[in-house]
Design a protein around this ligand. Structure first.
Ligand code: CU
Length: 114
């Protein structure tokens, strides 16, 4: 690469970092949820209303799970031993159901936004 191309490239990289930054904003409250073959721990997660939050979902079970919430328009398959971090849009005060679609009978939980 010619040296005069280095500056535009650096500008693009900086712009990309700047655009990506909000997704990693440290001021979003973070919560953890563990799924084990249809058992959530905890089953109720209290979150602040009006704030975007992060949810780290770990699958510590022996089978795949699918974290799903129709209320929050989230859906994510997680293999055994896997972990995903979801960013969830600010919720108004209220309750928002989530479930493990692969273990729907027992895998039920909710957010309570206050
Ligand atoms: Cu689904």
């Amino acid at each position: 690469m010619k040296s005069n191309q280095a500056f535009p490239l650096r500008g693009i990289l900086l712009a990309a970092l700047w655009l990506a930054a909000p997704a990693f904003a440290a001021d979003e409250p973070a919560f953890k949820l563990v799924a084990r073959d249809g058992v959530f721990t905890p089953t109720v997660i209290e979150v602040p209303a009006g704030k975007r939050v992060r949810l780290e979902v770990s699958n510590e079970g022996k089978t795949p799970m699918e974290f799903e919430s129709r209320d929050l328009k989230q859906e994510k398959v997680i293999p055994p031993g896997g972990k995903v971090t979801l960013t969830i849009n600010a919720m108004k005060a209220g309750e928002y159901r989530f479930f493990d679609e692969f273990h729907e009978k027992t895998g039920q939980g909710k957010f309570v936004a206050k």
